[in-house]
Every structure is written in structure tokens, then in C-alpha cells.
Design a protein around this ligand. Structure first.
Ligand code: SAH
Ligand code: SF4
Ligand code: F3S
Length: 466
């Protein structure tokens, strides 16, 4: 199906005109940036199909929950939210106005039919690999069918991306996310992603470059390349050679108007020499790297199937810091993986002290059905997980505040993103992802200006033009 046949694009503004929308869609997004990006694309596809986006759930003809299955709590939240729609749907039925409810994302993929069984309010279930079929699925659901669309052929995998790409180019401010890779072949024993997102697939270079050019033409200055294992991205370059993420970054650095590049999330095993060198060579590659390690204990790392030791991770970070002195590290941690002892946990605390993170995310281990970890012996008691998480987060918080405070007195570039809350104020972004608040209206949105940091909050920086 052609999605863009009714769209015309104005050369000056990048704005689109399309037939007047007759219905409204509300999308609520859970989980990671992949879902944020997918929600945007689903909105694009559906607006092309005559749906206008609404922020008011009571006002919607189509309600979509784009869900996350990563931890138990994330998945359960969806069911309780669905439960709350029963009343609204009954009201609608009584006054004859349509209301369709759909579940997309990773819970859709993992639980499929089970969702219809648990939540009769749901009309359609669509997994991440089949979003290109969403408009047809909605049509069928409007005709009264209940549909579960989670089966896909491997060739389908990136089908939804090029198809939806033809939908309108819309400016999403001065920063944008661009998916370059999907899926995961790593099979960490705690994780559902390889099951919900399927195996690793990389988008071709030409598509990525074209989309980056389109985004920058629409005013985007900073692009974050996205993938579950973004540094596993590979593809054939225009030179006929096999490219990795490093070569892709060098190419994207040449896109006119594109001032800043980032990528997330990476796996330590896919940080190769070329990628480390790119951090040294490319000024537009921002000095901030999210490189999850999960644990500092070799025993636990092995049980998690991470395929590297704590020492290998530390040496990797050393090499990255040699290449780019001012790089700030971010990570993910899990406490209470099955079999984790006090000593294992201490090893994680030691690793954190050694790395000194600018930011990090940490979670209590959550047993996920279908993953090897769920069946492992020696599950850790909840109160132990709670205590460990508290300790670990206190340390990470301390490091984060110290990092923010260490920016005081520095001169740095800020990319101006939006007006501030107070009149005359503008808000930018530091190279290390911190919001930078400037009290004078000295620049336009999209400008990159030099500022001096005068003070710092827990995460924000307060600056004057330098
Ligand atoms: N592909 C990325 C991110 C995966 S999900 C990576 O490999 O790092 C994001 C984070 O959620 C993980 O890094 C991990 O810290 C956490 N996570 C995943 N499964 C989990 C589980 N079963 N319980 C608790 N945390 C989990
Ligand atoms: Fe999950 Fe591991 Fe794959 Fe990351 S690398 S998505 S944690 S299986
Ligand atoms: Fe969640 Fe799926 Fe992302 S499980 S973290 S939404 S890939």
C-alpha cells in the first residue's frame, strides 16, 4: 500500500497538507527510545490515513498502547491501564461512537492472543515487526474483527521502516532519533528483547543517509542513531566495502547542517577499534557513551551470558578515554540476578567506583517468562534486591551530582533546543546531554553557542553566554 499518495510537501516549510482528518488517534508510549521512534512513525502512517493525533484519551477513536515487556512491572502496568478503558468503551458503545483499542510493542509481540484473553477491551494487537500492516489492521478492526498481527517473515523485518518513511517529513525540533538497527542476537539470560524484537537487522547506508539529510533539511541539528545493539550495525558502503558503525558515523558527519551525532545503546563486545577511533576523530560525535555492563562480577557476567569480564570492560573504557579525554560514561545495572551474593554485589560497587559514571540506570532483576534466567536456581529475595538497589543508586547519584558540579566554570557549546519557562530564557543541551539554562535570549532555536557554566542543579546547568 502506498502511504504518501495524498501528501504534498511545501519546499519552504517542510509542512504537509493532507485531507482533513476525520478521526483521532491517541498513542501512549512505554519503554525505550525504539518505542518512542516507532510511535512517531505509527502516528505518521495513521495521520496519512485520515487520523489526527490527540493528547486526550477521552477524545480518541483509536487508542494505542505501545508497550514494553522488559520488566514485570512494565508489562503489568499495561493491563491495569487497559482495565481502566472498559468504562470509556461502554460509554462510547451506548452513544454509538467508535472506540478501538490496540496494543503494540513488546508486550504485543510477547503475549499476542493472551492480551485479547486478559483484556477483552482490546481490538487489535500488532508486534514491532509488523507495523507496516497497521493501517490495514485498523481497517479490519473498524469492520469489527479482532486481530493479532505478530507473525512476520524475516524479509518483513525492515518493511515498516522504508514504507513509513514515505509518510510526511515533519520537523521534530532540533534533535531527532534515527533507527539504524533493530533486534538482538546476544541472548543475555535475563532479557526479553531477542524474543520480542527478533534477530539483528541493519538498515542500508543509503536509507540512513537519505533520512539524515531529510531531517537536517527540516532543521534537525543533532541525530541519535538508535538500535538495541547499535554498534552491531553493519552494511555495505557505497565503496563496496563492509561498513561498521564507525564508517557510518564518518559518513553522517558529512551531512550538511548536522552538527551533533550520538548513538545508543551499545554492547561492550561490539566496541571495535574503528569505533573508538571515531570518538577521537569526529568532533561532531558527542563525548558521551552509554555502555551497559550490568554487573561487576565475572561469575554473574558469565551467568548473564554477557561474554566479557569486568576487567575487559574496564580496559575498554580506558581505551575509549584515551581516544576522547572528555568522554562521559553511562551504563545500566541489574541487582539481584539469580545467584548474586554479597561479594558479587560488592564487585559491582567496585566497578562503579572505578569507572565513575556521569549517569546510569539501575534495576532490580525481574524474572521474565521464557528467558533462561527465569528458571535459574537461587533467585534473590526481594528485600535483598531492594537493599542492594538502594546502595547502588546512592553511589550512582553521588557520581552523577559530582559530574554535573564538575562542569561549573567550564566553557562549552550548547545546542539551543527551546524557550525556557521564564520569559527571555532559553534552554540548550550540553555535549553531555545536560539541559543548559540561559537567562538571556541570545540565540535562536537550533543555534550552537558558546556558554560559560555559572552554577549547577542536580542535573541542569545554568549558564551565561561566553
Ligand atoms: N540492548 C541494550 C538495552 C537492553 S534493555 C543493552 O544490551 O544494554 C535496557 C536495560 O534493561 C538493560 O541494559 C538491563 O539493565 C535492563 N534489563 C533488561 N532485562 C531485565 C530484567 N529481566 N530485569 C531487570 N532489568 C532488566
Ligand atoms: Fe537484551 Fe542483552 Fe540484547 Fe541488550 S544485548 S537487548 S540486554 S539480550
Ligand atoms: Fe521495552 Fe521492548 Fe524497548 S521490551 S525496553 S520497549 S525493546
Amino acid at each position: 500500500m502506498e502511504l504518501n499518495n495524498t501528501i504534498t510537501r511545501s519546499e519552504e516549510t517542510g509542512e504537509t497538507s493532507r485531507p482533513a482528518p476525520t478521526k483521532k488517534v491517541f498513542i501512549k508510549t512505554y519503554g525505550c527510545q525504539m518505542n518512542v521512534y516507532d510511535s512517531q512513525r505509527m502516528t505518521d502512517a495513521l495521520t496519512t490515513d485520515g487520523y489526527a493525533q490527540t493528547e486526550a484519551i477521552e477524545d480518541a477513536d483509536l487508542i494505542l498502547f505501545n508497550t514494553c515487556h522488559i520488566r514485570e512491572r512494565a508489562a503489568e502496568k499495561v493491563y491495569s491501564e487497559l482495565g481502566r478503558l472498559n468504562k470509556l468503551k461502554a460509554e462510547r458503545a451506548s452513544n454509538g461512537r467508535e472506540m478501538l483499542v490496540g496494543v503494540t510493542g513488546c508486550v504485543a509481540q510477547a503475549e499476542g492472543n493472551e492480551i485479547l484473553r486478559r483484556s477483552p477491551v482490546v481490538d487489535l494487537v500488532v508486534g514491532p515487526q509488523t507495523y507496516h500492516r497497521l493501517p490495514q489492521v485498523v481497517k479490519k478492526a473498524r469492520a469489527g474483527e479482532k486481530i493479532v498481527e505478530t507473525e512476520y517473515a524475516i524479509e518483513d523485518k525492515f518493511e515498516h521502516l522504508p514504507k513509513l518513511e514515505k509518510a510526511a517529513v515533519r520537523s521534530r525540533g532540533v534533535t531527532a532519533f534515527l533507527t539504524v538497527q533493530e533486534g538482538c542476537d546476544k541472548f543475555c539470560t535475563f532479557c526479553v528483547v531477542p524474543y520480542t524484537r527478533g534477530s539483528e537487522v541493519s538498515r542500508p547506508v543509503s536509507q540512513i543517509v537519505a533520512e539524515a539529510e531529510r531531517l537536517t533539511e527540516a532543521g534537525v541539528r543533532e541525530i541519535t542513531l538508535l538500535g538495541q545493539n547499535v554498534n552491531a550495525w553493519h552494511g555495505e558502503g557505497p565503496d563496496g566495502k563492509e561498513w561498521g558503525l564507525a564508517q557510518l558515523l564518518y559518513r553522517l558527519a558529512e551531512v550538511p547542517g548536522l552538527a551533533r551525532l550520538r548513538y545508543t545503546t551499545s554492547h561492550p563486545r561490539d566496541m571495535d577499534v574503528d569505533l573508538i577511533a571515531a570518538h577521537r576523530d569526529l568532533a561532531s560525535l558527542m563525548p558521551y557513551l552509554h555502555l551497559p555492563v550490568q554487573s561487576g562480577s565475572d561469575r554473574i557476567l558469565k551467568a548473564m551470558n554477557r561474554k566479557h569480564t569486568a576487567d575487559e570492560y574496564l580496559r575498554l573504557i580506558e581505551r575509549i578515554r584515551e581516544a576522547r579525554l572528555d568522554i562521559a560514561m553511562s551504563g545500566d545495572f541489574i541487582v539481584g540476578f539469580p545467584g548474586e551474593t554479597d561479594e558479587d554485589f560488592e564487585a559491582t560497587m567496585r566497578l562503579i567506583r572505578e569507572v565513575n559514571y556521569a549517569q546510569a540506570f539501575s534495576f532490580k532483576y525481574s524474572q521474565r517468562p521464557g528467558t533462561p534466567g527465569a528458571d535459574m536456581k537461587f533467585q534473590v529475595e526481594e528485600h535483598v534486591k531492594d537493599e542492594r538497589l538502594q546502595q547502588l543508586q546512592a553511589l550512582l547519584m553521588q557520581q552523577q551530582h559530582a559530574f554535573t558540579a564538575s562542569r561549573i566554570g567550564m566553557e562549552m557549546n550548547a545546542l539551543i533546543e527551546k524557550p525556557g519557562r521564564k520569559p527571555g530564557q532559553i534552554v540548550g543541551r550540553s555535549p553531555w546531554l545536560q539541559p543548559v539554562i540561559i537567562d538571556e535570549n541570545v540565540a535562536q532555536i537550533g543555534d550552537i553557542i558558546k556558554v560559560r557554566i555559572m552554577s549547577a542543579g542536580p542535573n541542569s546547568l545554568y549558564a551565561e553566554p561566553a
